[in-house]
Ligand binder design. Structure first.
Ligand SMILES: Nc1ncnc2c1ncn2[C@@H]1O[C@H](COP(=O)(O)OP(=O)(O)O)[C@@H](O)[C@H]1O
Ligand SMILES: [Mg+2]
Length: 333
């Protein structure tokens, strides 16, 4: 993926959050790109910085939090953040649709479903109320909601969790965005509904041709849909590559840990959890060396004092791990 063909190009992004209590380095030197019409999955445990990385540049911060952001973001060939420019927020809703992680805040419980979708069409497509209402019904049909016209006048609590998430998706794609940021779009749903929502996103992607940034703590959820995968740990990308590269030849011990913790068909019931022991580091404390060192079973001495840079494994596949670099060198000798 060269930058010239990328729809979204994020380069060297640093995000530092300030709250009353703490200063948190939420993203460090993060670089990635998303090609038009393709899906980049961003995976990592809760607290690794996935949400802040994607939403802070759009001006979407948790209440009571401010952020210092440095680095550059290009969208559709245009510099939208960096070098004194800060215009990315103006693309939100129109060129960039967002599905928020928090299912409770996604829809206003006091307003009818139809008006919440119509609002997007009126605001970003300049539609009249009548046209927006027809568009909203069309969207509900597109996301697989039966009897869409009748649903327009219902309230969110009248729908199941899965149907509500379909409404949220309908609102996010109402202006046919070029990019959809889907933050944990299936996390609040049960497993069968999760699969339906992922399949819906794939269908919509084909139909609208939009690129998707699919954020999930569960690498198993994104495996079937991602073209590329970026693995985040402690605010940094520790491995990135095509989905095949990352899933078939995981090069960072953290990625291997995430993959080992995905239950498989052949996992016996009641088998011990093979996932990752320990917890991610506190991002309000300074980090010395590799952030994963404490939990890593292959750590070298260097890992405690120096931070491994993201280095190419092969082609566009890269990982930030001293042990992996050493193993690769040994293999070529
Ligand atoms: N409202 C908040 N106040 C203070 N720190 C926060 C807040 N939200 C997130 N953070 C910090 O930012 C870091 C990244 O969080 P986040 O992007 O939400 O992670 P993820 O989406 O991967 O679960 C975490 O270390 C978290 O502690
Ligand atoms: Mg999150």
């Amino acid at each position: 993926m060269s930058s010239s063909e990328a729809l979204l190009d994020v380069s060297n992004l640093d995000v530092t959050l300030h709250t009353e209590r703490a200063t948190v380095r939420a993203s460090r030197a993060v670089t990635y790109s998303v090609a038009a019409g393709r899906t980049l999955a961003i995976v990592g445990e809760s607290g690794s910085g996935k949400t802040i990385l994607n939403l802070a540049p759009l001006g979407l911060l948790p209440p009571g939090v401010t952020a210092d952001i440095t680095g550059e973001v290009r969208f559709d060939g245009k510099l939208v953040l960096g070098d004194g420019v800060n215009q990315i927020a103006s693309h939100r809703g129109k060129d960039i649709g967002v599905i928020f992680q928090d299912p409770l805040s996604a829809l206003n419980p006091a307003r009818r479903i139809g008006s919440q979708i119509m609002e997007v069409a009126e605001q970003h497509l300049g539609m009249t109320a009548r046209a927006a209402s027809a568009h909203a019904a069309e969207l509900l049909k597109m996301v697989g909601i039966p009897d869409p016209v009748a649903r327009l006048s219902q309230y969110p609590h009248e729908l199941s969790g899965g149907m509500r998430q379909r409404v949220v998706i309908a609102a996010a794609i109402a202006a046919e965005p070029k990019l959809l940021i889907a933050d944990e779009p299936t996390t609040a749903l049960d497993v069968t509904v999760q699969a339906q929502i992922i399949s819906l996103l794939r269908q919509l992607q084909k139909r609208i041709g939009m690129a998707i940034v699919l954020i999930s703590h569960d690498i198993g959820v994104v495996a079937g849909m991602a073209d590329a995968i970026a693995v985040m740990y402690a605010g940094a990308i520790v491995e990135i590559g095509s989905a095949d590269d990352v899933l078939v030849q995981p090069s960072h011990p953290y990625t291997r840990g995430l993959l080992a913790s995905v239950p498989r068909l052949d996992t016996p019931l009641g088998a011990p959890f093979r996932g990752l022991p320990g917890l991610p580091p506190d991002l309000s404390r300074p980090l010395k060396g590799c952030a994963f060192e404490e939990r890593c079973s292959v750590a070298l001495e260097a890992c405690g004092s120096a931070r491994p840079p993201l280095q190419p494994v092969a082609g566009t596949h890269a990982a930030a791990c001293f042990a992996n670099v050493r193993a690769a060198l040994a293999a070529t000798r």
